[in-house]
Design a protein around this ligand. Structure first.
Ligand SMILES: Cc1ncc(COP(=O)(O)O)c(C=O)c1O
Length: 498
């Protein structure tokens, strides 16, 4: 690889040139390179609008790149040790949908852990693939589901020799990784295509001190949110591929089905420049970040009432690895749920955390994280713990047990099945017709086609009480279920359909 090529930013450079070229724009977008007046342009200035173009001459097309977008994608592939890269302007959500839909045809089996992001479930609905769920390692102490063991994947693969694909998360939202290389090698021996959700793993491509990236582990196709941890604008992501298992024509067709015909040039430019910065400065900046994270963990560990969940914790639990740019704090010993701490930290100290779960909160650190902000995080927790440690015995204990429901029908069949809406209480032992989750992390408590046990209803109620982040298609007291009376007739009808 010619390292100096990575200094180039072909898309951004051309976009800037076009914006400054004094062109007379008779195309869209309608702001005509910022020749309008509104509150946003007054606030951010005209330059941002100069960079918002929609495929004029010379700026290539995301739907069929042959020019500067293709060049920028090639540089991305090279930087990430991939064979090919695709820019995405609708997040890893679209990347995941496209990966599943292009690799799996209807009724193909796909092996995957159940604690996947909702986009994966939507990928199952759109593709018609049949999920074979692996139970992830469930950590009841923290109230979360995390990585998968090699043995659990091997068992699923051995029991399903006809499976088409394996889908894994690298890393989980909480930064934990599985032994991706060994698992991928085993899956390849069994002729499976391996895909990964690297929404939280873009930084792996730019540091040797972080867990192995999907491309280095030999994974066939992966979607990665450049916007989450590599410094580009929100919604900008990439797909990376390696080897010859991917049908690029089908992937391109699927991406063109899912993505806008007017992709944001600002987002694409932000990926182009983020790649350059991460390539040249990522290693040094991540090393510095890891040092700061270590010091912060040390300071947090001195605070009575909270516990820092670190690499040693996960090692003892036999997890394969942990991304130390994540800081996980167990707060439930203060008598507060993670959800309450998430709200209190913002309200009292203006500290915005990434997410909360029943027992923990999560802070995400990137090369943009400043020492002064980490100091605020420590001070915030010091004050909070001091206040609540005194009264913790008077507060109710946080009781929560993590579990997943049983499967009754393929997600696609359940999605299309006749449905009715009922009160949550009436839904026990019925089959879900929709996904319900807390967001973030967006891991569904129940998905279409799963049995709504009493535990599911209790979990939903727990989250309703504790978290303000419950998401479903309806208001929180109702749920969509399959209309059992019409199900038999319906399932007869779709027997031979996709
Ligand atoms: C594990 C996981 N996968 C996929 C996604 C979707 O990524 P994006 O927000 O880039 O669409 C998210 C988003 O939070 C996520 O947490």
């Amino acid at each position: 690889m010619n390292k100096s090529n990575q200094r180039k930013t072909p898309f951004f450079t051309k976009l800037k040139e076009y914006g400054e070229s004094n062109v007379a724009p008779f195309d869209v977008p309608g702001h005509k390179l910022g020749k309008i007046d509104n509150d946003l342009i007054k606030y951010i200035g005209k330059k941002t609008y100069l960079l918002d173009s929609n495929s004029p001459i010379g700026l290539d097309h995301l739907n069929k790149p042959t020019g500067v977008i293709l060049e920028a994608e090639k540089l991305m592939a090279e930087a990430c040790n991939a064979d090919k890269a695709y820019f995405l302007t609708n997040g890893t959500t679209t990347g995941i949908l496209a990966m599943i839909m292009s690799v799996c045809k209807a009724n193909d089996k796909i092996i995957l852990p159940r604690n996947v992001h909702k986009s994966v479930i939507n990928g199952l609905i759109l593709s018609g693939a049949v999920p074979i769920f692996i139970q992830p390692i469930i950590d009841q102490h923290l109230g979360i589901a995390n990585d998968v063991s090699f043995d659990s994947v091997k068992n699923a693969l051995d029991a399903n020799p006809d499976a088409t694909a394996l889908f894994l998360i690298n890393p989980t939202y909480f930064g934990v990784v599985s032994d991706l290389k060994t698992i991928t090698e085993y899956a390849h021996k069994n002729n499976l295509t391996v895909m990964t959700d690297e929404a939280h793993g873009a930084q792996f491509y730019f540091s040797k001190k972080l867990p192995l990236s999907a491309m280095d582990a030999g994974v066939d196709i992966s979607a990665s949110s450049m916007h989450k941890t590599a410094g580009s604008f929100t919604q900008s992501s990439i797909i990376l591929t390696k080897g010859d298992r991917i049908n690029h024509q089908r992937l391109r067709a699927t991406l063109n089905m899912l993505q806008s015909t007017s992709p944001s040039s600002l987002l694409m430019a932000s990926i182009d420049v983020a790649r350059k910065t991460m390539y040249f400065k990522g290693e040094t900046k991540i090393n510095k970040l890891l040092e700061m994270a270590k010091e912060t963990r040390k300071d947090l560990k001195t605070i009575r009432g909270i516990k820092v969940i670190d690499n040693d914790y996960f090692k003892k639990r036999k997890s394969y690895g942990f991304d130390e740019t994540k800081i996980i704090i167990k707060v439930s010993d203060l008598g507060l749920s993670g959800f309450e701490v998430y709200q209190l930290m913002k309200k009292k100290y203006n500290i915005q955390l990434e997410l909360a779960e029943s027992h923990i909160v999560l802070a995400i650190l990137t090369i943009g994280t400043k020492k002064s902000d980490l100091n605020r995080l420590v001070q915030g927790f010091k004050k909070l713990a001091k206040e609540y440690y005194k009264i913790k015995d008077k507060l109710p204990k946080i009781e929560f047990e993590y579990q997943f429901p049983e499967t009754f029908a393929r997600p696609r069949d359940a999605y299309h099945a006749p449905k009715v809406i009922v009160d949550l209480e009436e839904a026990i032992n019925e089959i879900a017709g929709e996904s319900v989750m807390i967001y973030p992390p967006g891991i569904p408590i129940v998905i279409p086609g799963e049995v709504i046990s009493k535990n599911v209803v209790d979990d939903i109620k727990f989250y309703q009480n504790k978290s303000k982040a419950l998401q479903s298609d309806l208001d929180d007291t109702k749920i969509t279920i399959i209309d059992k009376e019409n199900w038999v007739k319906y399932s007869e009808k779709i027997k031979n359909e996709f």
